[in-house]
Design a binder for this molecule. Structure first.
Ligand code: GUN
Ligand code: FE
Length: 450
């Protein structure tokens, strides 16, 4: 492919494209042509009747076009705004305790094992492969307190071609599992080393993120130093907030000089337009307003909220406050690493509020799809790069086959395209995700070099 006036295209696809825009939670574009250049950027999305003109402008031949079958479509890659890579080791087990007990009984002892790079390499390779196969093209990862194995997670993510933020976890308070905590000064110094060494690798799509674990795991000194670091280097921040009622009470008793949990982060420069906070089930109106004012985002993790009996986030209320919102798996508080599961649990969380007659409308499947793609990109500040199929964005995409040979659902002759799409969103899995692209590069099926 190629012509004198433009560089060659990497892909030209013809078929149906499904995505969200800011105003429409679901747009179905049948019979369209989408072109991707060598940098992985989408250069056109047009009706197929524009073929002749497009072929002339972009210098491709009809034989260069990849024609999708009528059971296939492209959708944007899924954005997991909150996942703990080390906890993948015990995903699908031990969701039988409330948050604080779950952390001290299972999570901290497991995370302590990641000072061993061999163990880390095994689990981190598995979690990156599993999430990519399930369509997570972008992940916002918590690692552990160990700098070297956290750098290894970044290396593995880059090797497989997943887009990611990776955070070395910071925590200088842990009375219950004292072997899993840091000295305050070391935590700050190691975070600086983590950020410097990760940036020096110049991975194109893997970046560091400042990661205080949550209020109860950090001293004020640590929070303050991390806020300074984030501000000085203009870095992203991730943490947890108001996940469970016992945690909220604990924060109130540990930090009595602050008005509320949100103020604890805000006064320590950790609540910015580059921040994503997981859960947020129990935020007050006032706190939501502060999130909105600062441009900070929330990661909704419904599987985890149900599995650990933490709470139910009122998504409609968050959206009405103009707070950016994405979905997260929160592995392993959430037992599934699949963002399709996060979409489904988002629907169940919304339904449970409807059953309990909580004010406000429920959200639609189309809106849950929007949150899992475009919403996630907004929450991570990547919406000028990914999130939908707008010209100029990078092509992060999933090729879906609703009639894959081993598909977990059935289609009947009366089913139209929207039925097939809904069946995929409610019942589909990685067997229906035949190819995954990040910035125009096919990353699933895995290449033999990874
Ligand atoms: N709060 C602090 N740490 C964690 C964690 O690892 N998982 C969840 N779900 N909540 C947390
Ligand atoms: Fe979490």
């Amino acid at each position: 492919m190629g012509s004198p006036q433009s560089p060659p295209l990497a892909h030209v696809f013809k078929g149906t494209f499904v995505h969200s825009s800011a105003s429409a939670p679901l747009e179905i574009l049948p019979g369209h042509l989408l072109g991707v250049d060598d940098n992985g950027t989408i250069v056109f999305v047009e009706q197929a009747d524009q073929l002749e003109q497009l072929a002339k402008t972009w210098g491709f031949k009809t034989s260069d076009i990849r024609q999708l079958s009528k059971h296939e479509f492209f959708m944007p890659g899924l954005v997991d705004t909150h996942i703990h890579a080390p906890q993948y080791a015990f995903t699908g087990t031990r969701v039988d305790l409330p948050l604080l007990q779950w952390l001290t009984s299972y999570t901290f002892p497991t995370e302590a094992k990641y000072q061993d790079n061999g163990f880390a390499e095994e689990v981190y390779t598995r979690v990156v492969r599993r999430t990519l196969k399930n369509g997570t093209t972008t992940a916002c990862y918590f690692a552990t307190i160990h700098t070297d194995s956290s750098l290894l997670l970044a290396e593995i993510t880059d090797k497989f071609g997943q887009r990611a933020f990776v955070g070395k976890v910071c925590m200088d308070m842990n009375d219950c599992v004292p072997q899993y905590r840091e000295i305050t000064a070391d935590s700050v110094q190691e975070t600086e080393r983590f950020v410097t060494e990760l940036l020096e690798k110049k991975y194109p799509r893997v970046q560091p993120i400042i990661t205080p674990r949550f209020g109860p795991s950090c001293t004020e000194d640590l929070l303050n130093a991390l806020g300074d670091l984030a501000q000085t280097h203009d870095l992203r921040v991730q943490s947890h907030i108001s996940e469970n009622e016992e945690e909220v009470k604990l924060v109130e008793s540990m930090f009595p000089t602050y008005q509320n949990y949100t103020e604890l982060y805000d006064k320590n420069k950790l609540l910015t337009s580059k921040t994503v906070m997981a859960h947020a089930c129990y935020l007050s109106e006032e706190e939501l307003k502060l999130f909105s004012l600062r441009g900070a985002a929330i990661s909704h993790c419904p599987n985890s909220n149900f599995s650990l009996c933490s709470g139910v986030l009122n998504v409609r209320k968050v959206l009405e406050h103009n707070v950016k919102l994405g979905l997260g798996t929160d592995v392993a508080g959430g037992y599934s690493a699949s963002m399709l599961d996060a979409i489904r649990k988002t629907m169940m969380a919304s339904n449970s509020l409807q059953i309990n007659k909580v004010n406000g409308t429920g959200i639609t499947l189309e809106e849950a799809f929007q949150l899992a793609t475009l919403g996630g990109s907004q929450a991570l500040g990547l919406d000028d790069v990914i999130g939908n199929f707008e010209v100029g964005k990078e092509f992060d995409a999933l090729l879906i086959n609703t009639k894959a040979s081993d598909s977990p659902f059935d289609l009947f002759s009366a089913d139209d395209f929207e039925d097939a799409l809904q069946k995929f969103l409610y019942l589909g899995d990685d067997r229906n995700i035949s190819e995954v692209y990040v910035a125009g590069k096919q990353v699933v099926p895995f290449s033999s070099s990874v």
